[in-house]
Design a binder for this molecule. Structure first.
Ligand code: NAD
Length: 513
C-alpha cells in the first residue's frame, strides 16, 4: 500500500518571505527575466513576497522539458500512471492543511473555505485515478468479412493550463489531474496574485513519482500567456478567468491551431418563487453570495424575488448579515476573509455608490464594517443592494465581491427572461416547493449549471463543469468526461488479418456488404 505523509509533514515549497519561482523539468528554477510581480497578504495589506514573471525563453524551456518528457510518459503503463495518480491524491490530502495555509496567506480565504476548495480538487484527482476505465475504447467485430474496427483515445502531447486567482489549488487540479493521467505533459501558468500553491503542488507531484518534465509551472503575466498561445509545440490550452481574457485566449489559441476551452466570468441569478421556504432561501442566498467574499464564479450575484416574496426575503437576508463573522484566516472564528487586493476591494465597493446614483436602495453597506475602516487589510463587509434593475452597473458588471443584489419581478416568466437575456450563462438556481415549476426552469433556462434548491450547483467530478454564452468559449466543458475528451483524441483502427492467398487488386471504394 502507498505510504503517505501525515498532514503537514511536507514543508511548504515557498517560505513566508522571499520569491516564488518557476518549476521546470522537476525542479525550482529562478526567474531570469528581471520582471516580477508583488504578492500581498490580503489580511494585513502588506507586501509579502514577489513572484518571478517568465520570459518567452523561460516558457520555451518549460515546453522543451514537457516535450522531452512526453514520449516516455505516454508510454508509461496505465497501471503505473494510475498508481501515481493515487499517490498524488493521497499526498494532496495528507498535506491539505499546509496547502490551505498557502491559499489563506495569498488569496485571503478563511481555512474552512480553503479546505473546501482542496476537497473539491481532490475529487478531480480521484476521478483521474479511474483513467484506465475512462480511456477504454470501443470494438466492432466483423464489420466486413474478417475486418474489425476499434477506437482508441490517445493523449495530445504538451498541454497548458492558465488559471485565475480565486481557486489557486482547485482549478489547476480541474485541469492537470485528467491531463496527465491521460498521458499528456502539462504546463501550468497560475495567477500571479497567489502562485505559491502551484509550486507546493509541483513538489507533491514530484514526491508522488511524476517524472521530471511531466508537470511544469511558469509564473507570470501576459508575456507568459502569449508565449503559451503562440508556442507551436503546445497542442491544447485550458483557461479559467474573466470573460474578456477568456475570449482573447480562445480566439488567439484557436487561430494558432490549438484546441482551446476557455471558461469566463459569470452573473449567477437565484430565482425565489413565492412558494419557497423563505428561511431556506435566505440562508442559501447569504451562503452563496458571501462565501469566499463573493470571489467565486458560481457565487450568487443577484437574487430575483418573484411576486410578493421580495419584502420578507430581503428582511430575512438582512437579519442574517450582522451574524457573519469577518476576519483574517488566522482567526478561527472568521467565516469570511478579505478580498484579494486593495484595488479589487475598492472596485467592488464602488458599485454601492453607482447603485445609489442609478436608483437602487442600499440595505447594508459593507463600508460600515470596522475592518473596512480600521484595518490595512483588504476587508469589505457584506453589502445588500435592493431594487436593482437590468440597466444598472451593479447588475451589468460581474462584481466578484461580497455585494448581493436583489431584483424584483412580477412573474416567473419575467425571472427566466432576466437569466436568458443576460450575456453570461454560468450557473443559476431556483428556490421553490413546486416540482413542476422547477422542471420547467431546468427545461428552458439558458445556463450551463442549474440548481434546484441548491444555490451553488458545481458539478461533482464525474460530470463536467462549464457555463453557456459568455461564460465559456469552446466546445467542451472542463473536467469529468468532457475533460477526458478534451485531453485526448480518437484514433479509429480498421484491421484485417487475411490469408495472403486471398489478396487481389480492387480499385473500387471499400464496401462492407
Ligand atoms: P483574469 O482573467 O484577470 O486572469 C486569469 C488568468 O489570465 C491569470 O492567470 C492571469 O495572469 C491571466 N491574464 C490576465 N490578464 C491577461 C491578459 N491581458 N492577457 C493574457 N493573460 C492574462 O481573472 P482573475 O481575476 O484571476 O479571476 C477572476 C475571474 O475568473 C472572474 O471573472 C471569475 O468569474 C472567473 N472565473 C471563472 C470560473 C469558471 O469556471 N467559469 C472559475 C473561476 C473564476
Amino acid at each position: 500500500m502507498t505510504q503517505v505523509a501525515e498532514p503537514g509533514a511536507s514543508a511548504p515549497a515557498t517560505p513566508v518571505t522571499g520569491r516564488v519561482t518557476h518549476w521546470i523539468d522537476g525542479h525550482l528554477v529562478e526567474g531570469t527575466s528581471g520582471r516580477e510581480g508583488p504578492i500581498y497578504d490580503p489580511a494585513t495589506g502588506r507586501l509579502a513576497r514577489h513572484v518571478d514573471f517568465a520570459s518567452v525563453e523561460e516558457v520555451d524551456a518549460a515546453v522543451a522539458a514537457a516535450k522531452a518528457a512526453f514520449p516516455a510518459w505516454r508510454a508509461t503503463s496505465l497501471s503505473k500512471r494510475t498508481d501515481i495518480m493515487f499517490r498524488i491524491r493521497n499526498l494532496v490530502e495528507a498535506n491539505r492543511t499546509e496547502l490551505a495555509s498557502l491559499l489563506t496567506a495569498e488569496h485571503g480565504k478563511v481555512p474552512s473555505d480553503a479546505l473546501g476548495e482542496i476537497a473539491r480538487g481532490l475529487e478531480n484527482l480521484e476521478f483521474a485515478c479511474g483513467i484506465p476505465s475512462l480511456l477504454k475504447g470501443g470494438y466492432s467485430e466483423q464489420v466486413s468479412s474478417g475486418v474489425d474496427v476499434y477506437q482508441i483515445r490517445q493523449p495530445l502531447g504538451v498541454v497548458a493550463g492558465i488559471t485565475p486567482f480565486n481557486f489557486p489549488a482547485m482549478v489547476p487540479m480541474w485541469m492537470f489531474a485528467t491531463a496527465i493521467a491521460a498521458g499528456n505533459t502539462f504546463i501550468l501558468k497560475p495567477s500571479e496574485k497567489d502562485p505559491s500553491a502551484s509550486i507546493f503542488m509541483a513538489e507533491l507531484l514530484a514526491e508522488a513519482g511524476v517524472p521530471a518534465g511531466v508537470f511544469n509551472v511558469v509564473q507570470g503575466d501576459k508575456v507568459a500567456v502569449d508565449a503559451i498561445l503562440q508556442h507551436p509545440a503546445i497542442e491544447a490550452v485550458s483557461f479559467v478567468g474573466s470573460t474578456p481574457i477568456a475570449r482573447y485566449i480562445y480566439e488567439t489559441g484557436t487561430k494558432a491551431g490549438k484546441r482551446v476551452q476557455a471558461l469566463g466570468g459569470a452573473k449567477n441569478h437565484m430565482i425565489v418563487l413565492p412558494d419557497a421556504d423563505i428561511d431556506m432561501a435566505a440562508d442559501a442566498a447569504v451562503s452563496a453570495g458571501f462565501g469566499s467574499a463573493g470571489e467565486r464564479c458560481m457565487a450568487i450575484a443577484t437574487v430575483v424575488a418573484v411576486g410578493d416574496v421580495g419584502d420578507p426575503l430581503v428582511d430575512a437576508i438582512k437579519a442574517r448579515l450582522p451574524k457573519i463573522r469577518i476576519g483574517p484566516g488566522t482567526d478561527p472564528n472568521a467565516e469570511m476573509g478579505p478580498l484579494v487586493t486593495g484595488q479589487h476591494r475598492d472596485k467592488v465597493a464602488s458599485y454601492l455608490d453607482s447603485g445609489v446614483a442609478q436608483g437602487a436602495t442600499v440595505v447594508a453597506d459593507g463600508r460600515e464594517h470596522p475592518l473596512f475602516k480600521e484595518s490595512d487589510g483588504f476587508f469589505l463587509g457584506v453589502s445588500l443592494i435592493d431594487k436593482v434593475t437590468p440597466s444598472m452597473d451593479c447588475y451589468r458588471d460581474e462584481i466578484f465581491g461580497p455585494v448581493l443584489t436583489v431584483m424584483r419581478v412580477k412573474t416567473y416568466d419575467e425571472a427566466v427572461s432576466l437569466v436568458n437575456d443576460n450575456p453570461y450563462g454560468n450557473g443559476t438556481a431556483i428556490f421553490t416547493r413546486d416540482g413542476g415549476a422547477a422542471r420547467q426552469f431546468q427545461f428552458e433556462v439558458n445556463a450551463g449549471m442549474v440548481g434546484v434548491n441548491v444555490p451553488i450547483p458545481v458539478p461533482v467530478a464525474y460530470y463536467s463543469f462549464g457555463g453557456w454564452k459568455n461564460s465559456l468559449f469552446g466546445d467542451l466543458h472542463m473536467y469529468g468526461p468532457e475533460g477526458v475528451q478534451f485531453y485526448t483524441r480518437a484514433k479509429i483502427v480498421t484491421s484485417r488479418w487475411p490469408d495472403p492467398g486471398t489478396s487481389k487488386i480492387d480499385l473500387g471504394f471499400p464496401r462492407t456488404r
